[in-house]
Ligand binder design. Structure first.
Ligand SMILES: C[S@@+](CC[C@H](N)C(=O)[O-])C[C@H]1O[C@@H](n2cnc3c(N)ncnc32)[C@H](O)[C@@H]1O
Length: 505
């Protein structure tokens, strides 16, 4: 009889036999993917939650924590993609989501426990900006909170996210940011107002329409493709293209890949092919392409860590019979430079750990170098696509410290430059205080310094077609033909917003 009873219980109302859990109760199905059932919280969302916490609590960098967490949590390719999109998307739009959440929570967001706020942000991104069904976004976030924080907060999170889910993102924006004030635009495009103003100012300074700020901010909010370079004379682009990357329309030896995981791309593991923004590639090449190289030239990369541009310069130095000293103030970052340069013959390059200004104070370095790259420490506002948290972490106060350091490093670089030598001043920021104003100040401070045709130098190293360079001059400079600075843009060139000024004395 007992057996018959249990058999009865195992059948549903249509008489079909049901799955049962060990408890004897009918098993509850979750909104998780089949691979993720059995686990308390699905690994992709747990990974995103852990990264978000590391970034918001411990000042970690998402691009550094993400690969480690993905490996540690043993995510498969699909889950890794989901965790990346969830983490980066949430971090990029944090300002917008906090404005929405502030409407749905009856106290200041600052008063919420930080893990709870992070879970709400993740849930909001899934509800408003990902193709996750609303019930799955809600259920999985509530489950995550229950598992990772506790049952009490899970009810609160459920109630808040239900309010969030009552409108689409556009409806929320219509309500919260209907106008054209910087404050409204900052919410709509998820950029702090000071960065929004900096982008507008830079557009105008560089000869673009101020209204283009919308397309720049949208580009900052998009997921960047992976950019690659086969080191000139060392790497092989062909296998990279066969692997599925597309040849860059902009730069030689370069490719663009949207498939994720860089580690498996041929040449990346051995260092002959490197992941590097194509704008960065062009600035390093332009320092070399601007003028023929005489064998025996001495080059300096003054702030080289972690070695992206130094690797390109060293490869070109090898090809042209020059030598490169790659320097950085940080010992750790100099180790990364050494690793980056391992594929280039050892007699071509050396590394050093020194403050750039101290390097210049050494009499042996006075007027020593034929070409110097100063890729200066900067706010990084040109690389917001790839560093999703930096827009919320940087402050206008950082500018004061950085611009002072930049001008000291510029003076130091010029002291080490041979008369007639070339200095490339580069930043991954379009902020005019770090770029055009910095160069103008230098020209006033040191009247024997001359600004060269930076735009042409960049154009020359880009691909050429029947009409000349594919890098249109008017897209990168407002300056005249023989003395100008150049600015690349994520919306026009699909690169970071790299600034490039070529100088001589
Ligand atoms: C924008 S990063 C350089 C990126 C590098 N060129 C690349 O392409 O991989 C700026 C570098 O400047 C270094 N730095 C900061 N202050 C410095 C100083 N006073 N002297 C030399 N290097 C400095 C930082 O450690 C950092 O590695």
């Amino acid at each position: 009889m007992a057996d018959e009873d249990s058999t009865q219980q195992r059948r549903n109302t249509k008489g079909r036999q049901r799955n049962r859990g060990r408890s004897g109760r009918p098993r509850q199905y979750s909104a998780k993917a089949p691979s993720q059932r059995q686990r308390a919280t699905d690994p992709a969302r747990l990974t995103a939650f852990q990264i978000l916490q590391a970034v918001t609590h411990e000042d970690a960098y998402a691009n550094l924590v993400l690969p480690t967490r993905i490996r540690r949590n043993k995510l498969d390719r699909q889950d890794a993609g989901f965790a990346t999109e969830l983490t980066y998307g949430t971090l990029r739009s944090l300002g917008t989501y906090d404005a929405i959440l502030a409407r749905c929570v009856d106290r200041s967001l600052k008063k919420l426990d930080r893990p709870v706020l992070d879970a709400l942000r993740l849930g909001t991104h899934q509800l408003l900006n990902m193709r996750v069904p609303a019930h799955a976004a809600l259920d999985t976030t509530v489950a995550l909170v229950r598992d990772q924080i506790g049952t009490g907060p899970s009810g609160f999170v459920n109630a808040v996210l239900r309010k969030v889910s009552q409108r689409t993102l556009e409806e929320w924006l219509e309500e919260l940011a209907p106008g054209d004030s910087d404050q409204d635009l900052a919410i709509r495009y998820a950029h702090p107002p000071w960065i929004l103003r900096a982008v507008k100012q830079s557009l105008v300074t560089n000869g673009r329409n101020v209204e283009d700020f919308r397309s720049v901010l949208e580009a900052n909010n998009s997921a960047p493709e992976l950019n690659l370079i086969a080191l000139p004379g060392i790497g092989d682009l062909e296998p990279v293209l066969e692997y599925g990357a597309e040849a860059s329309p902009l730069a030689p030896d370069a490719a663009v890949y949207s498939g994720g995981d860089a580690g498996r791309i041929p040449g990346v593991a051995d260092g002959t092919v490197r992941v590097q923004d194509i704008g960065s590639q062009l600035t390093a090449r332009a320092l070399v392409g601007a003028r023929d190289v005489t064998a025996g030239e001495a080059w300096l990369d003054m702030a080289a860590g972690p070695g992206g541009k130094a690797a390109v310069l060293a490869a070109l130095a090898q090809a042209h019979g020059a030598t490169l000293q790659a320097n950085d103030v940080s010992e750790h970052r100099t180790k990364l430079v050494t690793q980056a340069l391992r594929v280039v013959n050892e007699d071509v390059w050396t590394t050093s750990v020194a403050d750039g200004t101290a390097l210049a104070a050494d009499p042996a370095n006075a007027q020593r170098f034929d070409r110097i790259l100063l890729d200066a420490p900067c706010t990084g506002l040109g690389a917001l696509r790839r560093r999703p948290e930096s827009r919320w972490r940087r402050t206008p106060q950082d500018l004061a410290t950085l611009t002072q350091l930049q001008s000291q490093l510029l003076d130091a670089a010029l002291a080490m430059l041979k008369p007639g030598g070339l200095l490339a001043y580069v930043t991954c920021s379009p902020h005019i205080a770090e770029t055009t104003l910095q160069v103008n100040d230098l020209l006033k401070r040191q009247p024997d310094v001359t600004l060269l045709d930076s735009a042409s130098a960049l154009q020359q190293v880009a691909h050429q077609d029947d009409d000349g360079s594919v890098l249109a001059r008017e897209s990168i400079t407002a300056g005249d033909t023989d003395a100008n600075t150049a600015q690349l843009w994520p919306d026009l060139h699909r690169t970071d917003a790299m600034f490039f000024a070529l100088l001589t004395r």
